[in-house]
Design a protein around this ligand. Structure first.
Ligand SMILES: *[C@@H]1O[C@H](CO)[C@@H](O)[C@H](O)[C@H]1NC(C)=O
Ligand SMILES: *[C@@H]1O[C@H](CO)[C@@H](O)[C@H](O)[C@H]1NC(C)=O
Ligand SMILES: *[C@@H]1O[C@H](CO)[C@@H](O)[C@H](O)[C@H]1NC(C)=O
Ligand SMILES: *[C@@H]1O[C@H](CO)[C@@H](O)[C@H](O)[C@H]1NC(C)=O
Ligand SMILES: *[C@@H]1O[C@H](CO)[C@@H](O)[C@H](O)[C@H]1NC(C)=O
Ligand SMILES: *[C@@H]1O[C@H](CO)[C@@H](O)[C@H](O)[C@H]1NC(C)=O
Ligand SMILES: *[C@@H]1O[C@H](CO)[C@@H](O)[C@H](O)[C@H]1NC(C)=O
Ligand SMILES: *[C@@H]1O[C@H](CO)[C@@H](O)[C@H](O)[C@H]1NC(C)=O
Ligand SMILES: *[C@@H]1O[C@H](CO)[C@@H](O)[C@H](O)[C@H]1NC(C)=O
Length: 467
């Protein structure tokens, strides 16, 4: 999630900084007939998850320029990492219906990539947390769908991150660096790697993972990343081995909660779930408005990365709910999730007929499939502003997290899995840029970027010049 890196390799990521909102296809089709309440035994959250996923896939998958990437891409995530993190969301839909909802299975399986292909995503290589999202998603896919290739890839990812990113100098008890500048240590990487190595140990029994898991947890404690009064999770650590004074992003707590769930699964020690519950309450108390609706602290000026944080938070809340023995605590979290759902459906959704009335954003040109709603915008309090895959994924995570245990899918649409057209790279001849923006073609790539309105394309160099 290193936006600087995205810009550096923008040669491979045309149109990156744009919202190409032009409605090039005006179908306005809202065929959501493949989702029904009956399919899910009337579970409301599962029904909305089905519709939301349908819209997510119809609007933004695959990217028209998918062929340019070494990993599976949607049309309009702002970062490489989100294309990995969404696979975990989709897999949880399968998991939370006891394996009976298997929609878009070929997309989940199509996300498999070996370590080398993922490392190709950015030069010289992605930041460690970017890789962490793939590691976590792949391990989850292995757990739920049992494909050995995903497990092997996840191990390779963890081993590479350890080899490349773990601080062996002994300073501050180790810790993963954020990226290859080795300049800072962010909590997200360490929380991810704790969750990942604990999962790998649970799955493989290989004590090497347990050993590393203990070192990572020691680092987290040594740097006091989980505050013992507020149970909020600091965003990073300083050179003095103390927590940074930033407690905003909800995904830090989310992934740390998921890590505690894994430590609990390994040890059966309830102190881990107690701590995880306190961390959950910490965020709910700090980051919710007077009505109890979760608001990311950067709102309304969040960068696009942050639009997926709430989804990552609630996904991990569900992991906690699945191991809580205390029914009161579980019920509390369930009703809190349902409150978020209610707010989204009442205030933060666009589901108009025709759907072209909704403001939907694309980065890589028009979608392959007919546009569909419902679409959700970033702020769960509403009002609806615009649809894009980051905020759609957060809403999807929310619905999937609130599916009642025991919910199953029945009927032929439980296996709905439309074929995806092969990637067809666009060129400037497709007239993909919004009004007022030059289209600039890279050579020798058959791809393009749209220049900012204050720029012009230099047709000799294929670069947008400021003039
Ligand atoms: C779902 O709701 C419909 C309409 O209220 C009802 O006819 C049906 O029996 C319900 N199905 C289940 C599994 O509860
Ligand atoms: C943290 O680790 C350092 C060594 O890196 C050690 O000197 C220090 O005592 C540790 N602090 C805590 C609180 O564990
Ligand atoms: C791991 O060890 C546990 C307990 O000893 C055992 O039940 C389980 O089958 C082992 N799993 C693997 C993958 O070896
Ligand atoms: C934990 O949070 C409390 C309350 O904000 C603060 O006073 C304390 O310094 C924090 N602890 C650490 C280790 O940062
Ligand atoms: C898009 O919608 C039109 C009109 O409803 C329909 O005929 C067409 O088959 C749809 N295309 C796809 C790819 O779903
Ligand atoms: C549509 O969304 C874009 C962001 O993608 C925003 O800049 C624009 O103002 C929105 N348009 C309307 C009419 O709300
Ligand atoms: C999940 O499915 C399995 C196999 O069909 C079944 O034995 C089990 O009871 C189901 N679990 C739940 C929670 O529904
Ligand atoms: C295009 O770029 C080249 C190389 O930087 C430069 O020499 C040329 O003047 C530019 N053309 C225009 C029209 O700006
Ligand atoms: C570059 O080419 C495009 C399309 O061929 C043209 O519209 C544009 O004016 C050219 N730009 C310059 C600076 O010559």
């Amino acid at each position: 999630m290193d936006f600087i890196s995205v810009l550096k390799v923008s040669l491979l990521v045309p149109c990156i900084a744009l919202a190409c909102t032009t409605a090039l296809h005006a179908f306005g089709d809202t065929d959501t007939s493949t989702c029904s309440m009956e399919m899910y035994g009337n579970d409301t959250a599962a029904f909305w998850a089905c519709r939301t996923q349908f819209a997510h896939q119809s609007n933004w998958f695959p990217s028209p320029i998918a062929g340019l990437f070494s990993y599976q891409v949607w049309n309009g995530y702002d970062g490489f990492w989100q294309n990995g993190a969404v696979l975990e969301t989709m897999t949880n839909f399968v998991a939370n219906t006891n394996g009976t909802n298997r929609r878009y299975l070929s997309v989940i399986n199509g996300g498999e990539r070996d370590l080398y292909s993922l490392l190709e995503a950015y030069g010289p290589y992605p930041s460690f947390d970017d890789m962490g999202w793939y590691g976590l998603a792949y391990t989850r896919i292995y757990e739920v769908l049992g494909n050995d290739m995903f497990l092997q890839d996840a191990k390779d990812i963890f081993d590479w991150c350890w080899r490349t990113g773990w601080d062996t100098s002994g300073a501050c008890a180790g810790g993963f660096y954020f990226d290859n500048s080795f300049a800072s240590k962010q909590t997200i990487t360490n929380a991810q790697m704790l969750q990942l190595t604990a999962k790998l140990f649970r799955i493989t029994n290989n004590t090497d993972y347990k050993n590393k898991m203990e070192q990572i947890y020691h680092y987290i404690l040594n740097n006091s990343l989980i505050n013992e009064t507020t149970y909020l999770v600091a965003d990073g650590a300083t050179y003095d081995c103390t927590p940074s004074n930033v407690y905003g992003p909800t995904y830090n707590s989310g992934v740390m909660i998921g890590a505690m769930v894994e430590l609990y699964k390994i040890s059966s020690d309830p102190s881990y779930t107690d701590l995880a519950f306190k961390m959950a309450i910490g965020v709910i108390e700090r980051s919710c408005d007077a009505e109890g609706i979760l608001v990311e602290s950067c709102t309304p000026t969040c960068d696009e990365d942050a639009l997926m944080y709430k989804g990552i938070f609630v996904r991990n809340i569900r992991y906690l709910m699945d191991v809580l023995n205390d029914k009161t605590k579980r019920d509390y979290l369930q009703s809190w999730l349902e409150l978020q759902i209610e707010s989204n459906i009442m205030h933060n959704m666009c589901d108009e007929v025709p759907i072209t009335k909704c403001n939907i954003s694309y980065k890589d040109g028009p979608p392959y499939f007919n546009k569909s709603g419902p679409v959700f915008s970033p702020d769960w309090r509403g009002p609806f502003s615009y649809g894009a895959p980051m905020q759609q994924t957060s809403a999807l995570d929310l619905f999937i997290s609130a599916i009642q245990p025991g919910t199953e899918c029945s009927g032929s649409f439980c296996n709905y899995d439309p074929p995806n057209p092969p990637p067809q790279p666009l060129t400037c001849n497709s007239k993909p840029c919004p009004e007022g923006e030059d289209c600039c073609e890279y050579s020798p790539y058959t791809s393009y970027t749209c220049c900012y309105t204050n720029q012009h394309c230099n047709n000799t160099t294929g670069v947008c010049d400021n003039n």
